[in-house]
Design a protein around this ligand. Structure first.
Ligand code: ADP
Length: 384
């Protein structure tokens, strides 16, 4: 690009086209030095040339001096086997300063990415110079602190990336796990449906069961997508018959719970007061809470459902006969990815419940009482 003055892009940085070669005096880090100091530096600086690919120093070797890039490009890399380049330095930039100041072996390897020229300041001559020049000492310190900060950020990004990948992995495992229940019901119902000589009524029931489970899977996938994308959810919330909804839902929940030797007992019937709700999404809350309850009662047990209605809201309680909430997780319940004591836990179940209940204008919480299992409660506002 003639005339624009910027030609090369190295590792996301632009370097001025002319002059590519930088004099010692023009190096940003040295600009604040006095004229006699610069003269003394020029005296100890050695100019060295490296061919493309040639090593300037190797990880683990003694730190014998500091380098400034005069021309070309230097790559700093580390690690055994497949080396990872974590920095690329162009004219005017310093490298190799850490090992010199600490007097420890080089923590990385520096090599010329193309034909490169450097200024080399040997440690033995540089150290007495740094001691006499507070300006240079400060500049070096700032440089080192800047490098450490850059390195920390890189490191932090890598940790976050690794955590994210681990979370995605366990998320995928748990989705597969969650899909198993509806899929096995579909499988069983399909077998019943195909059985010769079964009554029309049983065939219709199997078909309805299959349809319901397919809906459940698609709801589940939809919820997860909405949740992971963080989009606000437009729920189809309408005042409906909460009592009829619960009675129908409990029949489904029972069919599933029986497979795990879990009984469901209704302590009372839901109040007949109208509650605005989205039946598809609210059933997801019950399914999630039921799954957690059956997970907590691996040898089987009982889930009690009870209902109460005040002036402003209708409260639903789901209590199990498991061990209750483990203290390790108690403070983080309802937070995404908070899971404890499960091989396939994603920690999304309760946070999805919370989102659905809050989308209804309600609230959800948990109670632990001595010698009782977990008691999950949620309140939904009554129709105005
Ligand atoms: P996940 O089930 O994928 O771990 P959840 O958000 O559904 O994610 O639950 C988070 C954690 O809360 C569970 O890992 C478990 O430790 C605890 N928990 C939830 N429900 C119960 C329950 N009924 N009894 C005991 N612990 C529970």
């Amino acid at each position: 690009m003639p005339g624009c003055g910027i030609s090369r892009l190295y590792a996301g940085r632009f370097f001025l086209e002319a002059p590519q070669v930088i004099t010692l005096e023009a190096i940003p880090l040295l600009r604040q030095l006095s004229r006699p100091e610069l003269q003394a530096l020029r005296f100890i600086a050695q100019e060295r040339r490296y061919a493309a690919g040639q090593e300037i120093f190797h990880e683990g070797t003694p730190g014998d001096g500091v380098y400034f890039v005069k021309d070309g490009l230097v790559e700093i890399s580390a690690g055994a086997g497949a080396r990872r380049v974590f920095s690329r330095l162009g004219p005017g930039e310093i490298f190799g300063e850490m090992a010199v100041i600490e007097h420890r072996p080089r923590s990385a390897t520096a090599s010329a990415a193309g034909a490169t020229e450097v200024y080399f300041l040997p440690r033995g001559e540089l150290l007495p110079f740094i001691e006499r020049s507070p300006g240079l000492a400060l500049a070096l310190l700032q440089q080192i602190s800047h490098r450490l900060r850059e390195f920390n950020q890189l490191h932090l990004r890598e940790i976050l990336e690794a955590e994210r990948l681990a979370a995605v992995g366990s998320f995928a495992r748990a989705i597969v796990h969650d899909l198993k229940n509806p899929l096995s019901i579909i499988g069983l119902s399909a077998e019943t449906f195909d059985m010769p000589g079964i009554s029309e009524e049983l065939r219709a029931r199997s078909q309805a069961r299959i349809r319901k489970q397919v809906e459940r899977i698609s709801d589940m996938v939809g919820d997860i997508l909405i949740f992971t994308e963080g989009k606000p959810t437009n729920t189809a919330i309408q005042a409906g018959d909460y009592r009829a909804f619960i009675l129908e839902l409990v029949a489904d929940l029972r069919a599933e719970a029986e497979i795990k030797s879990v009984r469901i007992e209704l302590e009372n019937v839901p109040p007949a007061t109208p509650v605005p709700f989205d039946p598809r999404r609210l059933s997801r809350v019950f399914h999630n809470l039921m799954h957690n309850a059956t997970d907590a009662m691996s040898g089987g047990g009982t889930v009690y459902l009870r209902f109460d209605a005040g002036e402003k809201e209708s409260v639903t309680e789901i209590e199990d006969t498991g061990p209750g909430i483990a203290p390790e997780i108690a403070g983080q319940l309802f937070q995404p990815f908070a899971t404890h004591g499960k091989a396939h836990g994603t920690g999304l179940g309760l946070s999805i419940c919370k989102k659905i209940v809050e989308d209804h204008g309600g609230r959800i919480w948990v109670r632990n009482e001595p010698n009782r299992g977990a008691i999950f409660c949620f309140a939904l506002p009554l129709a105005k």
